[in-house]
Design a protein around this ligand. Structure first.
Ligand code: ADP
Length: 489
């Protein structure tokens, strides 16, 4: 292992339940590998259904004291968690790139973004206000208060472990809930390092538990256990559908951040440089492995050829390699299945009339590296138009009119993020309102901010993370109706 940490105790490989690091005797471990080299980074204890139940019991036991803590105290612990993440940013970036593959500069950015959720929700913890409701009867007084929903389960993906986990844990714990997390098996080390820092920040035992392990055992217990009142999931639409169905038996509140099929629309009047920079930012961040990644790039006829040439030049100049090496801006994909999906989408597109402008195949570095790719002449009958590629392949579609672009952009069951580039103010309003998506980037390819609501329409999800609405997902409303209040004598 080439990674050297200033604080080696941030590399945790055991279960984190009730404030303890556990490695039960005889329990199998699974290897976490570096996608850039194939080297084993750590062997992590494989949690099972009993571990998941033990973690839920710990979260349940910790709940009464945690929710009773004054909001100000919860806030202080969350802010310390933020500060510890920032103080250990370099070690955490090494861990993240080692298990996930992204360029180290992106890893640093993701960790700061993740930490910002603790900062934001440390403040929101102190702003969970209720209502005093004007009464309908002289002797009655009416109130609504908001209280933590209870034990929460979180299931998270491998593409942004240092951001997706804080985005769920920070509002849940700020609200006064406790949590059991099952991280993706490809990237459990980020989750475990976050748990270590949470403990150092002063989280009481049982408030934040991490159980790496199989989807079928650990994930299913989290989705079905009656003590869990809230399930928050980020991942594919297919798994989200399954989890929502599983959670329905106990009527859990669910938040789902699912797949996308993001359109980028570049109008003739766009600033070409801004459109190229924005398209690169949304298409190639994390090698195209984000749920808000551009998946279809619609370019108006008048700017089309200039856009394709400029995009291809920028993409061909990208430096592919191990994410820890200087200047690399495209690392390996997470695994070989991801490479095979890119290949399948490219070959299907070529068979249906697309042409390769740059890239188009596995990268000469081998392993799970795929060459950053631009395809032109893409059409809606191609797989790449309907499915998330989740890789560094940018298909360009040509369009003629604004109405046509909007119609084609909306013609998908997904509705997470969309982007468009134009300098026409009226068009900004028209198109911004017409796109059926939860997040719209206008003249930008990067919209993420902890203070803004993140979430999708249609089959891209339910609920919002971040911002003022993020904490609502972890609260219940209680109406109190007080009778028998006699008038002043
Ligand atoms: P991705 O591969 O993009 O991470 P997935 O939706 O496959 O997306 O997985 C996201 C998370 O959901 C991972 O932590 C995975 O282990 C978990 N998961 C996958 N299938 C199930 C399932 N049937 N039940 C519970 N959790 C699951």
């Amino acid at each position: 292992m080439s990674m050297t940490l200033t604080d080696p105790t941030l590399l945790r490989a055991d279960l984190h339940i009730d404030g303890q690091w556990l490695a039960p005797a005889g329990r199998p471990r699974f290897a976490v590998t570096d996608p850039a080299t194939g080297a084993v980074v750590a062997d992590v204890v494989k949690g099972n259904a009993d571990d998941a139940r033990a973690a839920i019991a710990a979260a349940d036991a910790a709940l009464p004291a945690w929710r009773a803590r004054p909001a100000k105290e919860r806030s202080q612990i969350l802010r310390r968690w933020h500060d510890l993440i920032m103080a250990n940013l370099e070690d955490l970036a090494q861990l993240l790139t080692a298990e996930q593959g992204k360029p180290i500069a992106e890893a640093r950015g993701e960790i700061a973004y993740g930490a910002a959720f603790y900062d934001w929700f440390a403040d929101e913890a102190r702003r969970i206000y209720g209502d005093v409701i004007p009464s309908y009867a002289a002797d009655r007084r009416l109130f609504a208060i908001r209280q933590p929903i209870g034990v929460c389960a979180a299931i998270t993906p491998w593409n942004f472990p240092m951001a997706m986990i804080p985005r769920k844990a920070a509002p849940a714990l700020a609200a006064g809930c406790t949590m059991v997390l099952k991280p993706a098996s490809a990237t459990p080390l980020s989750a475990l390092a976050l748990a270590e820092l949470g403990a150092r920040a002063g989280l009481p035992a049982g408030v934040f538990n991490v159980v790496p392990g199989g989807a079928a055992e650990v994930g299913d217990v989290l989705a079905t256990h009656p003590t869990v009142r809230k399930l928050t999931f980020t991942g594919s639409t297919e798994v989200g559908r399954t989890l929502m169905a599983r959670a329905s038996a106990t009527i859990k509140k669910v938040s789902l951040e699912l797949g996308g099929n993001a359109p980028v629309i570049v109008f003739d009047d766009a600033d070409l440089d801004a459109a190229i920079a924005g398209t690169i930012a949304t298409k190639f961040r994390n090698m195209g492995q984000t749920c808000v990644c551009a998946n279809r790039i619609y370019v108006q006829a008048g700017i089309h050829d200039r856009f394709v040439a400029a995009l291809a030049a920028a993409v061909a100049a990208m430096k592919v390699g191990n994410g820890v090496d200087d200047g690399v801006n495209q690392g390996p994909l997470i695994d070989m299945a991801a490479v095979e999906k890119c290949e399948a989408h490219v070959s299907d597109a070529l068979a249906k009339g697309a042409r390769i402008v740059t890239g188009g195949a596995r990268h000469a570095l081998g392993g799970s590296y795929f060459a950053p790719t631009v395809l032109a002449d893409a059409t809606e009958d191609m797989l790449i138009a309907a499915e998330e590629t989740f890789g560094p392949v940018a298909p360009v579609f040509k369009f003629a009119t604004e109405a046509e672009a909007v119609e084609r952009a909306n013609a998908t069951e997904y509705g997470l993020a969309a982007y468009f580039f134009t300098t026409d103010a009226a068009r900004i309003w028209r198109v911004g309102e017409a796109l059926e998506y939860g997040i719209i980037g206008i003249n930008t390819g990067a919209t993420s901010y902890e203070g803004a609501p993140f979430g999708g329409w249609k089959e891209s999800g339910i609920g919002r993370e971040g911002g003022r609405t993020g904490i609502e997902e972890f609260l219940e409303t209680k109406y109190l109706c007080m009778a028998g209040i006699a008038p002043l004598a």
